[in-house]
Design a protein around this ligand. Structure first.
Ligand code: HEC
Length: 125
């Protein structure tokens, strides 16, 4: 192997390794644990409500006692579109839905692939 082919081969390995990392970052379970897990679980309520069966559920309708923005329940259904908007920016979401109350949830997921991975993960919960 001359040095040119060697570097080409080395570069290919680096690119392959980096692509692998990017996929791992978009692993829903991991992203969820990192960005949501402090406040949410699936067995019991933590600082935020349990997210078991959240897809298709109406906002504020679990027996969590500390809802603020969604206190008293709401007609907002947690489908993919609403979830995506909610985890992008809580303030903008509430404003768009005409909810004047504030939420204590703070989690802005900037990367679309991370949001998608989280939502895909929630579907199985
Ligand atoms: C700092 C704590 C905190 C973090 C981090 C957090 N949440 Fe929340 N979350 C809350 C609280 C508190 C509520 C209750 C909202 C309210 O009524 O004001 C909530 C509500 C929700 C709801 C609505 C639940 C329902 O019963 O209607 C969903 C869905 C949700 N969070 C998803 C997520 C996801 C996904 C993440 C990660 C990207 C996340 N949250 C990160 C605290 C948090």
């Amino acid at each position: 192997m001359n040095s040119k082919t060697f570097f080409a081969a080395a570069l290919t390995i680096v690119i392959a390794a980096t692509a692998g990392t990017a996929n791992a970052n978009a692993d829903g379970a991991k992203v969820f644990k990192k960005k949501c897990g402090v406040c949410h679980g699936f067995e019991k309520h933590k600082m935020g409500p349990s997210l078991a069966g959240i897809i298709g559920r109406k906002a504020g309708t679990s027996d969590f006692k500390k809802y603020k923005a969604f206190k008293g329940g709401s007609d907002i259904v947690w489908d993919e579109k609403n979830l995506d908007a909610w985890i992008t920016n809580q303030k903008d979401f509430l404003k768009a839905k005409g909810i004047k109350k504030k939420s204590s949830m703070k989690a802005k997921i900037k990367k679309e692939e991370d949001r998608k991975a989280i939502i895909a993960y929630l579907k199985g919960k």
